[in-house]
Design a protein around this ligand. Sequence first.
Ligand code: ATP
Ligand code: MG
Length: 361
Amino acid sequence: MNVRQMSWKNFRNLDEGSFCPCGGLNIIYGKNAQGKTNLTEGIWLFTGGKSFRGAKDQELTETGKESAVLKLDFFSEEREQKAEIKITGGKRYININSVEKKSYRSARGKFCAVVFSPEHISLVSGGPALRRNFIDSALCQIKPGYAKALSEYIKTLNQRNTLLKDIPAHAQLLDTLGIWDEKLSRCGTYIINERLRYLDALKISAEKIYSCISGEKEKLGLKYVKSAENLSDALSSSRRYDIMSGFTSCGPHRDDIEITVNSLSAKAYASQGQKRSAAIAMKLAEAEEAGSFLGENPVVILDDVMSELDSDRQGYILNSLEQFQVFITCCEPYIKKNSDTAKLFKVEGGTVSEKIYFKGQ
Ligand SMILES: Nc1ncnc2c1ncn2[C@@H]1O[C@H](COP(=O)(O)OP(=O)(O)OP(=O)(O)O)[C@@H](O)[C@H]1O
Ligand SMILES: [Mg+2]
């Protein structure tokens, strides 16, 4: 998967312009608040996902303007393709190869990217919901069946929780709990097994990448932590507690991924740079997994990864992602040594211009 060209009009602070990245490393540099993240956000929107900075669609149009347009030429499935996004009246519309999609979400799967932005450090330092969300979104991208099972699980879980709250006042409802337990356990066991399988594969890549980032000095560990060994048994044995508390205390919605650096909990012990390295390793491993599953590597967007990484770790990021088209935003024009597969773009006041890259500099 490759971006060949992107153009824009009135997208955030990017007035009107275009750029043609190379198939390797694209370094987008400039001072703060010039439009670097805006540019990468523009690329990301073609995945059919929500803005990675949690923006609402109406915030994407340049203030004071009616609408914004983004156009993307990309290479995928062995052919040139075109996509266009229009944001108007606070809504986002997308067409791919001149076919208008019903919703921007239905464009998912055509153009694939993995993004790392500074907020992703919370994958390591934040609560378990963020880690569950990471594994769920990764699986939803590559397995449509998983997305279906997950939404069925959430629906069943909500129905069971409503029932649990009603039982104290209507004891006869207790008889119906078994039906929901059976459904929840069937759906939940499928989800847990898929997550375990995915994490087993992801872990191999993530541990390898982390070892390289740290110059083979540190070891990352990833482990799926279940809230119950056998979901069906656990639902039966926690019934009394669940009725008292009014919610379901075990199942995949309570599971977590344990992240360790040199066998110590990363959340509790890792430094800021180690946490960032661990989150980057997980994201790059996600890109590798998506690549092997889809048979085509996704585009990798690394927004502001360089800060808080020492020069060795920065070196890995700049020199070791040969198999991907990478967009990396930073304040300094980092030069990638010994390669002719890099381009430099300077962003200044919403204008993007290509700068000459000197090989071997
Ligand atoms: N809808 C909008 N209309 C006009 N300007 C906007 C809009 N949304 C954001 N901006 C402005 O765009 C500018 C650039 O934002 P962006 O996040 O891309 O900066 P950046 O170059 O990534 O900076 P940093 O290095 O600090 O991350 C900011 O000044 C921001 O206020
Ligand atoms: Mg930025």
